[in-house]
Design a protein around this ligand. Structure first.
Ligand SMILES: NC(=O)c1ccc[n+]([C@@H]2O[C@H](COP(=O)([O-])OP(=O)(O)OC[C@H]3O[C@@H](n4cnc5c(N)ncnc54)[C@H](O)[C@@H]3O)[C@@H](O)[C@H]2O)c1
Ligand SMILES: [Zn+2]
Length: 354
């Protein structure tokens, strides 16, 4: 397991930020910049500063998905330039997926590409967003429309950052870990381990982080350009994204965090997997029970389900106007490019809400 992480320059456990200090010492960067958002400036920067042994300048962006856009990049490029960054500078992205996605893109374009390192501070970024080299920003309301695939020089996963993360953010990140359990082609017991979690205590979650990173990196390494296998990382996301977008478009305070929507998407798509390809009922029920008890149950009327299906048809993964699903024949046995009848999606909603 550790070999895979080392090969990908991902460091966790045993004061991983020391590895970053060594990397900075060894590489003779002309200057070092740390990008934060409002919250990671408040909650993560002090700890970071104490753990590392090099000087740096701070670039702050606004927190939240709304600011994952080209305007934020423009401001950061101007700030990098005015603060004297050059081709030999290093950008360290200290934050959740918004900071790592945006920062990776900023670094990849500045002076045609400077070195960057991700230091994820949310669970979701530790197990997913900071891994695999996808960087980019949203275009108006369409997610991740502009970006590049470029791997960071290092990823530093220090679980101490999770201490200040609100529980709903922990729950959101955990949905991606369950997804990794479902798609684990090595068929380890990772899904069972995730699903036996009693509560979202950091000490319990921490033990499962490495397993998740391992599953994601194994998948990414086999298919860095997403021509095939990497698509399984989108499991639960075809409907999950549509649910997230649907709720985002509503005025009321019923917005869902990314992972909260994905949790529902996982139940729906696993139901489809069961009906279409015989995914075992027992595992489906275990998943549904876990999601029902640990995540707040959401309800969607038929009218809303219809709107969600319409939104799904706009999903960026669509090729030639078909909605392509990744489904599972069983734990760790994916089937790519599956077409699902609309009627079955309504049935899946009924199952989730039953
Ligand atoms: N590149 C990829 O492969 C990939 C994969 C999955 C998700 N993503 C992207 O990741 C983004 C979501 O990431 P996220 O869930 O980390 O969201 P986020 O970056 O918005 O972080 C969530 C909130 O937590 C705050 N925060 C971060 N660390 C904190 C800490 N330690 N203590 C207290 N507050 C803290 C942030 O300021 C923010 O308000 C989305 O834009 C999504 O598209 C990318
Ligand atoms: Zn996701």
């Amino acid at each position: 397991m550790t070999d895979l992480l080392q090969k990908n320059s991902i460091f966790l456990n045993n004061s991983p930020l020391e590895k970053l200090s060594k990397f900075v010492r060894d590489n003779n960067f002309s200057s070092v910049f740390v990008m934060v958002d409002e919250n990671t400036k408040e909650f993560c920067l002090d700890y970071f500063s104490k753990e590392v042994s090099f000087d740096f300048k701070v670039i702050k962006i606004q927190a939240g998905e709304t600011y994952k856009n080209i305007h934020t990049c423009l401001r950061a490029w101007e700030e990098l330039s005015s603060k004297g960054a050059d081709r030999k500078s290093l950008l360290i992205n200290l934050g959740g997926g918004v900071v790592t996605d945006t920062g990776g893109f900023i670094a990849s374009c500045f002076r045609r590409g400077i070195a960057f390192v991700h230091v994820p501070t949310t669970l979701l970024a530790m197990v997913d967003a900071a891994l695999g080299g996808k960087n980019g920003v949203d275009l108006n309301h369409l997610k991740n429309q502009v970006g590049v695939i470029k791997l960071p020089a290092m990823v530093i996963v220090d679980e101490n950052f999770l201490k200040t993360l609100p529980e709903n953010e922990i729950r959101s990140g955990f949905a991606e870990m369950i997804k990794h359990g479902l798609i684990d082609t090595e068929k380890s017991s990772y899904f069972e381990e995730c699903i036996s979690l009693e509560n979202f205590e950091i000490s319990k979650i921490s033990k499962l982080i490495e397993g998740s990173i391992h599953i994601k990196m194994r998948t990414v390494n086999e298919d860095i350009d997403e021509s095939g296998l990497r698509k399984i990382l989108n499991y639960g996301h075809t409907l999950g994204h549509a649910i997230e977008s649907y709720r985002m478009g509503m005025d009321t305070d019923c917005h869902l965090l990314h992972g909260e929507a994905i949790a529902i998407g996982l139940v729906l798509e696993t139901y489809n997997s069961h009906i279409m390809y015989g995914f075992p009922l027992e595992d489906l029920n275990t998943l549904k029970t876990f999601i029902s008890y640990k995540y707040s149950p959401e309800r969607f009327s038929r009218e809303e389900q219809k709107k969600i299906i319409e939104l799904m048809k706009f999903d960026k993964k669509n090729e030639k106007n078909n909605v392509n699903f990744v489904l599972l024949e069983g734990l760790g046995s994916p089937r790519l490019n599956c077409q699902v009848e609309e009627q079955l999606i309504y049935e899946a909603f009924d199952f989730y809400q039953s």
